[in-house]
Design a protein around this ligand. Structure first.
Ligand code: FO1
Length: 323
């Protein structure tokens, strides 16, 4: 496979949710592992049955370790649900499904955190144990929790996303803890490093997967200062989100549900925007927002699709080199 020239340059990928992990896998498969760092959103995290659950970290870990459930995109392939069955039998909450194998990761992480490990320590240890060689790390070791403003009031993210199946109409988001949360020091070091080749914003939900990372103290400033190109891949193709509530949220927020709408959200931040061939007609309008556009196939079904999009995105970023 066309490995990316072991360019001295380091790539930072911002990822949340299933779509983000797909591109993160494509990047991990075509790049030298020491040249890629994947920053996972942690604002979806929550404590359930006393267990610290980090869904977006786990989706990246399971995806890169080829353990992910291909249907759901979260949790593990070949799961069994004895724990959940017993939980239901005892009258416990069953709205959030914890597979028997997935449970081991939550128990282990929680135990290590309780013993004083940081979330990034645990993530690095789990990545190593799973045979993952690229750096996967949380955006912060401090707690940030997305609260969803809806017509029914403020909902914790997992209550909105899983328990209420994204049905409530959203009016906005609030990232509880964002003021005091410190971006992971390694993230900031990479972002100001001369070795930084590009920042890739994966096709994740801009509001609840990417924005918590961008809102961390100091991140937007260093992104404005960096000489490395910043490229986002649209999570919306032909007016629909491939997975998850991004399109529904955009509609409820009064934004155009389109790649152009997402480009507007990233205006003044990104140098390049990657859209699917289906959205070719809006390329000129997106360019008018002040960003370059790459038109390519962004719908990822196969492993080759993931690698091809990763390669095209990296080449596009390199062509924008703001050095
Ligand atoms: N999503 C669901 O829609 N239903 C679930 O029961 C569920 C359980 C679950 C367990 C562990 C985990 O890491 C993720 C899980 N998710 C579930 C997905 C999760 O809510 C989302 O992946 C993120 O929060 C948004 O990307």
């Amino acid at each position: 496979m066309t490995g990316h020239a072991a360019s001295r340059e380091h790539i930072i990928a911002l990822s949340g949710g299933v779509g983000g992990a797909k591109l993160a896998l494509g990047l991990a498969r075509i790049m030298p592992s020491e040249s890629l760092t994947i920053i996972a959103n942690t604002a979806d995290d929550f404590v359930h049955f006393g267990l610290h659950i980090s869904p977006d970290i786990d989706t990246v870990l399971y995806t890169l370790a080829d353990l992910a459930n291909p249907e759901t995109g979260w949790g593990r392939r070949g799961e069994t649900w004895e724990f959940m069955g017993a939980m239901g039998g005892l009258g416990g909450e069953t709205w959030f499904n914890l597979g028997d194998r997935d449970l081991a990761l939550h128990v282990l992480r929680t135990n290590k955190l309780n013993q004083g490990a940081t979330l990034s320590d645990v993530t690095a240890e789990m990545a190593h144990v799973m045979g993952i060689h690229v750096d996967v790390m949380p955006m912060s070791n401090d707690p940030v929790r997305t609260m969803v403003r809806t017509g029914d009031g403020l909902l914790p993210f997992q209550h909105y996303f899983v328990r209420d199946r994204c049905e409530p109409s959203v009016t906005g988001f609030y990232f509880d803890g964002i003021d005091g949360a410190r971006p992971h020091p390694k993230l900031m070091r990479h972002l100001i490093s001369r070795d930084l080749g590009a920042i890739i914003i994966c096709p994740s939900n801009p509001f609840v997967s990417v924005d918590p990372i961008l809102q961390l103290n100091g991140v937007r400033n260093v992104l404005k200062e960096t000489s490395a190109p910043i490229v986002a891949v649209s999570p919306i193709i032909g007016g629909r989100a491939i997975k998850g509530p991004a399109a529904k949220m955009m509609k409820e927020l009064g934004m155009p549900v389109s790649a152009l709408g997402v480009a507007g959200f990233y205006k003044d931040l990104v140098d390049g925007f990657v859209i699917d061939e289906e959205d070719e007609a809006s390329a000129a309008e997106i360019e008018a927002l002040g960003m370059s556009v790459l038109i390519t196939r962004t719908f990822m079904q196969s492993l080759e699709d993931r690698e091809a999009l990763a390669a095209a995105t990296l080449e596009f970023a390199a062509s924008l080199g703001k050095h």
